[in-house]
Design a protein around this ligand. Structure first.
Ligand SMILES: [Zn+2]
Ligand SMILES: [Zn+2]
Length: 154
């Protein structure tokens, strides 16, 4: 018997050229207020939900990738520009998709806010969701953040 994987969540870019699927429930849906996420999505914050890389697949088209730092890549559609994914390079790291690119974004309520040190002062948003500064989770997280060399412009 061959195993047929059924997608649990699907999404894609604005023009429809790029599509993706997750074959396991989305994890760690969050907002990230960090400056890199702000630039990457051109918004006040990024909304991301993810899962294990082995549970994710591109199902249509070929995304373009921007290496936003020496340890992470962000996928986008080269035709319409929709920001699609964020992932650290380590194989065990989750791949995150932008919640707004999901077909059912309402199914990914955020549980956490990251990068709150860059949260814009006028953003009033999910006030009951706990927040955390970048690298504040643990000394390991802080050490990891210290290794990141951003490729972001000024
Ligand atoms: Zn597109
Ligand atoms: Zn961020």
């Amino acid at each position: 018997m061959s195993e047929v994987k059924a997608p649990v969540a699907e999404g894609g870019c604005q023009c429809g050229a790029i599509r993706y699927a997750f074959y396991a429930p989305l994890e760690n849906a969050h907002a990230c207020h960090c400056r890199m996420c702000q630039r990457a999505v051109g918004g006040a914050f990024a909304l991301l939900a993810g899962g294990k890389k082995e549970n994710f697949a591109w199902t249509k088209g070929e995304a373009a990738f921007y290496e936003s730092s020496n340890v992470a890549k962000r996928a986008y559609c080269r035709a319409c520009g929709t920001p699609l994914t964020f992932a650290y390079d380590m194989p065990e790291a989750r791949i995150y998709v932008t919640i707004g690119s999901l077909d059912a974004p309402e199914a990914a309520p955020i549980l956490k806010q990251y990068g709150v040190e860059s949260r814009l002062p006028w953003v009033q948003f999910c006030e009951s969701v706990p927040g955390e500064e970048t690298g504040a989770a643990s000394p390991d997280a802080q050490a990891f953040v210290a290794t990141i060399k951003s490729n972001q412009g000024p």
